[in-house]
Design a protein around this ligand. Structure first.
Ligand SMILES: *[C@@H]1O[C@H](CO)[C@@H](O)[C@H](O)[C@H]1NC(C)=O
Ligand SMILES: *[C@@H]1O[C@H](CO)[C@@H](O)[C@H](O)[C@H]1NC(C)=O
Ligand SMILES: *[C@@H]1O[C@H](CO)[C@@H](O)[C@H](O)[C@H]1NC(C)=O
Length: 372
């Protein structure tokens, strides 16, 4: 009896020691694998080691921007400068294997079937706003880029940020060569053509960011709402149906009351891009899926996210704030200086920049002004 008990007492620590020894051995066996980084497929299959190859968001740590071999072959016969079909998706998938391309640019009458946005409220989804969105879409009737662009087999897009970094670089004619030129909020074209180009395919904005002076709108462009709060949809409905604008609460500055666009030229940006940028790409706080401190991506990053899903090649210009030069202009169209930028409650500029840098380093997007 006594000997059995002491045997059990002895056995326990030995089991513990044995287990520790065993796990230590396993760790040691695994560590050389991590150091030498053999081919990705074998690493993926071992599961646990993956953490060392991909960062928390799921992006490859090692980004060299080189074209994977299969792409070198695929695009090998294209002449230099020719549009490469599927390039953005292929590059994105090579640095971020979780990427799933299908995501429509704009909401259409089937938007309730988009499961990812139906369980989130604005700005991350459409929950609670289904009726008014349906109503707006009945008025706008058109939900695509338009027949000419829809029929292109390879589409190159450029997103124009509003940064002062665009000034004096004479990129205008280069920008105009892109099939789709996306501008944001009130960024002007007139008077700045030499640096920012003269073509505007679409202008993505939220109510507070819209151009208020009617004469400052370019002639042909789609007006695209990126809604951040429920009142934004209410506002758009009044714009589409030309209702007499009732006094509306809930905006943080005065908003335009008329947009010089036909209903057929108005679109609603798929809110999935806000959701994906915030929670998947940048890794902002989920906050139970509602707007909170530092969890809203900037409109520029939302537009880039849209382009990753919908364009064969993506370029950007005018992105990036150079904080080391506080006297440089913040925007290309006004005198406000860099030092005027305030600590933002809604955005997390530094985390967002990390994401954009991954896209540039990985060669997914091309940064014409080099500010990212
Ligand atoms: C490239 O061109 C060569 C010669 O015309 C052809 O044999 C090859 O299949 C082409 N490759 C691709 C990916 O189209
Ligand atoms: C751009 O050039 C103009 C005229 O040469 C100059 O006044 C302005 O300061 C320049 N802007 C920047 C951002 O360098
Ligand atoms: C931005 O993210 C960093 C790192 O997660 C965090 O420390 C910082 O507080 C965040 N800033 C804002 C404004 O939320």
């Amino acid at each position: 009896m006594k000997s059995t008990r002491s045997f059990v007492i002895l056995l326990c620590p030995m089991l513990v020691l044995g287990f520790l020894y065993y796990s230590a051995g396993r760790l040691q066996l695994r560590s050389p694998v991590q150091k030498t980084q053999p081919d990705l497929d074998s690493l993926r299959s071992t599961g646990r080691v993956v953490a060392s190859v991909y960062d928390n968001q799921g992006f490859l740590h090692k980004l060299d921007g080189k074209l994977p071999l299969e792409l070198q072959y695929k695009y090998g016969n294209l002449s230099k400068g020719e549009c490469k079909p599927g390039f953005t998706e292929a590059k994105m998938t090579s640095i971020y294997p979780k990427f799933l391309k299908p995501a429509p640019m704009f909401l259409d009458k089937n938007f309730k079937r988009l499961s990812k946005i139906s369980s989130y409220q604005p700005p991350f989804g459409v929950k609670t706003q289904e009726k008014i969105i349906d109503n707006i879409l009945d008025g706008t009737k058109v939900y695509s880029l338009g027949s000419e662009l829809d029929s292109m087999s390879c589409m190159r897009c450029i997103i124009i940020g509003n940064g002062g970094i665009l000034s004096n670089k004479s990129l205008g004619s280069k920008i105009d060569e892109y099939d789709v030129v996306v501008r944001l909020n009130e960024a002007p074209v007139s008077g700045f053509e030499k640096d920012v180009g003269s073509k505007t395919t679409m202008r993505i904005t939220y109510p507070e960011g819209t151009i208020q002076k009617l004469e400052r709108y370019e002639k042909n462009s789609l007006f695209v709402l990126s809604a951040f709060k429920p009142v934004d949809f209410k506002w758009l409905r009044q714009i589409v149906y030309r209702d007499k604008m009732r006094k509306m609460e809930g905006f943080w500055k005065s908003v335009a009351r008329v947009i010089p666009r036909e209903p057929e030229e108005i679109r609603i940006l798929n809110p999935y891009f806000i959701q994906e940028a915030a929670f998947k790409f940048i890794g902002l706080p989920h906050n139970n899926g509602v707007m909170g401190r530092g969890n809203i991506p900037t409109l520029g990053t939302v537009a880039i996210t849209m382009a990753l899903h919908n364009c064969d090649e993506v370029a950007v210009a005018g992105f990036g704030y150079d904080m080391s030069t506080p006297r440089a202009p913040l925007h290309y169209y006004e005198k406000l200086m860099m030092s005027a930028i305030k600590e933002s409650w809604t955005h997390n500029i530094s985390k967002e920049k990390e994401f954009l840098q991954k896209l540039v380093k990985g060669g997914v997007i091309q940064d014409l002004t080099g500010g990212i």
